[in-house]
Design a protein around this ligand. Sequence first.
Ligand code: ZN
Length: 608
Amino acid sequence: MLAEWVERLLSYASGALDAIRADESFPAFMQWAHSEGVNYSGGDEALAVALAPVLWSQTPLVRLDFARESLAPPGRNEPCWCDSGRKYKQCCDKVQLPAIPDHLMWMLSLREFKGEQLKAALASGLAPAQALLEAGLISAESGNRGRAQQIMEALFDTSDWSRLPEQAEPGFELLLDLYQERGFTRKKALLLDEVLERGPAFLRGVALEHQCLLHLDSDDLGSARAAFIRAQQTLPDSPTLAYIEAMLLLHEGQPEEAQDRARFWWRRLSKQKDIEPGQLEFLADLAENPRATLAEQMVNSDESLSDSLAALQALFEVIEHPPRLALETQEDGSLLFRQNAEQAVTLGLWEAVFPARIEEEAALALDIDPWDVQDPNEWLQQLCASPEWLDVPAVCQGLILALASRFGSLPWMSDTFFVPLAQRFDRWLDQIEQAGGLLRWEDGDNAQLLRCGLGLVIGMERGERERSRQLAERLLKLDEEDSLGLRELVLDQLLREGRNDEAVTLAEHDIERRAVDEEMPLLGILMGQVLALYRLGRDKDAEQALEIVREANSHLISLLVAEHPRPVSLAVEAPEPGTRGEAWQYRTLMRDQWKRSEGALAWLAKHR
Ligand SMILES: [Zn+2]
């Protein structure tokens, strides 16, 4: 009964809106209600007429700058407002109308207004909050992301938070997602700041969570930790904290601490009475195994992909070792891998479903994002149905790159996707090492193997540091030219592990090698050398090395010592040498190590 009424009301209201928009005159609209309204009210003429003045009263009028021309209902013995000539009590007053939400016509108008008119309507500030919320959610659902963003921005107008309805949280999450999806990261950051400064308490939890995740996304662990501390002060009893802290500690490379803290949160929050059973269960799982719990959540977070990703995960649990490679030893003693005919056929099958191609010129890139295609399930499912494809290095490199691009920045995804593939890759690596000799990038199909390795190094870098570094070192031994740019990465890891002597040797070796080719040394290598020398107490050598850093990038030192410098937004491509962007990138990657080395930042500041 109610559903039928709602449907009838919506159909009538849309028709009425068109009629009102035609010339925004009440008499003309009443004429429409008498003559045509019945076509929209399911044949009920009395209803069509009785509804008209009610809906008119709540419709924003363009000629009044979006104000409404509200009519007061007539007295019982006065002439009816529908112009029938009868008394009100004998006319429209007799028609039973269930409740009509008073923001209905505004909500429908917001879906109809276009361009400048929509802008003006939103700017008028007259739209009821509930109308904005509903129109925004509906617009997003029907794929109209631009309109949805515009409407939601009016709802979360930061000049007045008091009119926001309590149920606005889904709208807030939607706006943040829209910003993220459409690349408005600055707007997103500003909105989050604003909510945290002045916004209503019921949005703060979501805001802090997003802020922390935003910092984690851009690898800014210091700011992420600051956001977490703030969250803890604002919402000491929020279950979200447990989840954020686990992610943060895993990003910081502290899995044991992550588990300890997850246990702490579970003990603490399980004593609360108002906690939901679903949340409690999640906290218990998190305390039991933070990585697996976060990984499971990740796999299930995108409903359209979760079945395929779970199938891939299951495949990785049972898949056996790959067959041996056919390797040749060349005249100069180096190794050559060439894809055979059978492997080429398999690659053809894979390429028929996998949409992206390897960029042959780059060490590690795909031409398009294989997850951003009509249906990524297609290639995932085909692969799961044909596990033998994974015996072919060229297929592995595509898959590893695809997985690294989507999950490589999430430390808790290492066990799920990268470690199993690394275990398989180890078999090939063992075989190559046993054969002895270098594996040059440019020979035959060697690049396929090196790319697999590099993809795995990157995929495991955050979740399995030790393993990632060991693999990188093994690859470097095979590929002395460092075609993959692994040396910088290995150096960073050595510094993290406090192996300073080895770090100095590696840096010196790289700088010398590049000097032979008259190449400029990489900033990360130069700074790694400085840090290692400083830690070893070799101040004079460190000062000398710093001299070269100053020449290579004049922004670096001041940016590194500053506590809160103005951030540099990084483009998709790697920043140019010598730029502020390059300096910023180094800062985000390694500042924590400088901070952890006693007196290092002060020493740097002195040598500015
Ligand atoms: Zn009437």
